[in-house]
Design a binder for this molecule. Structure first.
Ligand SMILES: Cc1cc2nc3c(=O)[nH]c(=O)nc-3n(C[C@H](O)[C@H](O)[C@H](O)COP(=O)(O)OP(=O)(O)OC[C@H]3O[C@@H](n4cnc5c(N)ncnc54)[C@H](O)[C@@H]3O)c2cc1C
Ligand SMILES: NC(=O)C1=CC=CN([C@@H]2O[C@H](COP(=O)(O)OP(=O)(O)OC[C@H]3O[C@@H](n4cnc5c(N)ncnc54)[C@H](OP(=O)(O)O)[C@@H]3O)[C@@H](O)[C@H]2O)C1
Length: 328
């Protein structure tokens, strides 16, 4: 057996790279600090059903991504979501239909990364704190003090600030990753015993604390769930309220929701808040992926491209392509 390749991060980008490398016949091992795969496209089980707290849907603009999404659809991992869309601007809630195709994982966003993970070898609840070279091979140190390796190459598929912290052995790559600013998003879920009397299923919010809201049961595969809503704070509001206790975040975003939704909003029977510290890059890049073929270190993620699910998948493909090119 050949020396395996370590992949740090089992979000869309890491799993996209893992798939491509595995398909090329290489041994890979995934590491993630969380309990499961998905990263920012993860879904959380709760007493109010499964909640998509991060990525809400994705769009497809690239031909290669369109091909893979068609396969995901055949496998039953994704379906089109055609919500009754609104936007909120200048104090006005307005119907805002469009022609854009939007896709969601079924029955939850994490179905995609669970599908991609399949039987690939993965180590969860392993936060990697250091990557070091010894005897011409790479080794990983985790937060528990355990060492993993040897690995022939390392591919880091974490958000830019977390990738930068691991790229000490490749200063140029570290500098590029460190130059990417990522902004936070507070996410709040509310569940109501009685369904809200509104036709809104998704809403782009252009002012105030919120940036987006969605009705979970409007998404395919979630029709039987209680009436839960996911609200996202805007980047500016989330940054300003980064250290606020979760109860206060819930109260403020619930209040903003009640003001704009245009129907009576009773007290929710269930609430939950989640803070995404590195939710989105402040700007997109055209790097594809970062690579040092001589050292055998690679970095990828949405921040190397568009800051969206599609960008993350394409970046993982690009990192794998460059690694395979270096192998000859
Ligand atoms: C609130 C929110 C809403 C969004 N909405 C949309 C949307 O509607 N449409 C869209 O296209 N995109 C959306 N996005 C963006 C989308 O979720 C991301 O672009 C995509 O999921 C990023 O995938 P990734 O693999 O690059 O990174 P991630 O999903 O962040 O994966 C990185 C993984 O690395 C792991 N990790 C990090 N550091 C370490 C370490 N030291 N050791 C081990 N593991 C580590 C993390 O646990 C994580 O699993 C949204 C994001 C957020 C936060
Ligand atoms: N909250 C976070 O941390 C996020 C991180 C990363 C991405 N986020 C959101 O993901 C959505 C994905 O973007 P994209 O794939 O380009 O989706 P689109 O649906 O095409 O939306 C892009 C953008 O356009 C505006 N918009 C689109 N459709 C409508 C419509 N029918 N009515 C009004 N406006 C529309 C909207 O931008 P605004 O600035 O106008 O609010 C959409 O955001 C995307 O929603 C990211 O925000 C979140």
């Amino acid at each position: 057996m050949s020396t395996p390749i370590a992949i740090i991060g089992a979000g869309v980008a890491g799993l996209s790279a893992a798939h491509a490398l595995h398909a090329a016949g290489l041994d890979i091992q995934l590491f993630d600090k969380s309990r499961g795969s998905g990263g920012r496209m993860a879904s959380k089980r709760s007493e109010a059903g499964v909640l998509d707290l991060g990525a809400q849907y994705f769009t497809v603009r690239d031909r290669r991504f369109a091909e893979v999404v068609a396969q995901w659809r055949q496998q039953g991992w994704v379906a089109q979501w055609s919500p009754n869309l609104y936007h909120f601007n200048r104090g006005q809630l307005s119907h805002s239909p469009d022609e854009q195709e939007r896709w969601v994982g079924t029955p939850r966003m994490s179905a995609i990364t669970r599908g991609l993970l399949g039987e690939l070898p993965a180590h969860f609840t392993r936060r990697i704190t250091e990557i070091f070279r010894s005897d011409r091979h790479w080794h990983l140190q985790d937060a528990e003090g355990e060492t993993h390796g040897p690995f022939s190459r390392v591919l880091i598929a974490a958000p830019a600030p977390q990738a930068a912290a691991l790229l000490g052995a490749a200063p140029k790559l570290a500098a590029a990753a460190a130059s990417v600013q990522m902004e936070p998003t507070w996410a709040v879920a509310l569940a109501f015993d009685t369904p809200l009397d509104t036709r809104v299923e998704g809403c782009f919010v252009q002012e105030g604390p919120l940036d987006w809201l969605a009705r979970t049961r409007s998404k395919p595969g979630r029709e039987d769930q209680p009436d839960t809503w996911v609200l996202h704070g805007s980047s500016a509001w989330s940054k300003q309220h980064l250290g606020l206790p979760k109860e206060d975040v819930i109260e403020l975003l619930h209040g903003a929701f009640a003001e704009l939704i245009g129907c009576a909003v009773p007290a929710p029977r269930f609430t939950l808040a989640h803070r995404w510290l590195y939710a989105r890059p402040t700007q997109g890049h055209q790097w594809g992926a970062l690579a040092d073929g001589d050292l055998g270190i690679y970095a990828c993620g949405d921040w190397c491209l568009s800051g969206r699910v599609e960008g993350a998948w394409l970046s993982g493909q690009e990192a794998a392509r460059r690694l395979l090119e270096h192998l000859g």
